[in-house]
Design a protein around this ligand. Structure first.
Ligand code: COA
Length: 145
């Protein structure tokens, strides 16, 4: 399978991107709404990439870059929302996405890249050179109805 990892483009909102994100959580956006959100994210420096195979989107992942006051103004990468279409699992797509995002972080001068994941997914990241570090915490600002 010939795989291309490239930045998210407008046409992807009609080409499988939103369906793949739905494996992470409900999306509840029309393609037009998603497009507007993408434009705002790009202006904020958020980098979303897709994996394309045979003309359709089969995976996605996002990188946020944060400049800190600590570590002498060092730069940290945050990987978010990595997902691969369920019919494409186990073919190396997720690995290619995470390697690509990690390379982008390195090129941006990051001294580390961090992410949150469920325990069950840890082996996937460990195979890519990541290690367990700290614990994730969450506060729900909106009560679930
Ligand atoms: C996790 C996910 C992105 C992996 O993508 P993928 O394309 O199937 O992964 P790869 O084919 O590159 O797998 C690489 C290795 O990690 C392992 N792996 C993949 N998914 C795994 C999982 N969920 N748990 C444990 N190991 C996993 C594979 O077995 C493979 O091992 P191998 O090299 O020894 O064969 C994909 O399963 C997915 O989209 N899951 C649903 C969404 C999700 O949980 N995203 C992570 C959010 S943090």
């Amino acid at each position: 399978m010939a795989l291309v990892i490239r930045p998210l483009e407008q046409r992807d909102f009609q080409n499988g991107f939103l369906e793949i994100l739905a494996s992470l959580a409900e999306v509840r956006l029309t393609p037009e709404e998603a497009q507007r959100i993408h434009q705002a994210r790009v202006l904020a420096g958020v980098v979303t990439v897709v994996a394309e195979a045979e003309g359709r989107v089969v995976g996605t992942g996002t990188l946020l870059i944060e400049r800190k006051f600590i570590h002498g103004g060092g730069v940290v990468g945050h990987i978010e929302d990595v997902a691969v279409g369920s019919d494409q699992h186990g073919k190396g797509v997720g690995s290619e996405l995470v390697r690509h995002l990690t390379d982008l972080a390195r090129q941006a001068g990051c001294y580390k890249v961090i992410l949150n994941c469920r325990d069950a997914v840890m082996p996937f990241y460990i195979k890519l050179g990541y290690r367990r570090h700290d614990n994730g915490m969450r506060y729900d600002c909106v009560e679930k109805g």
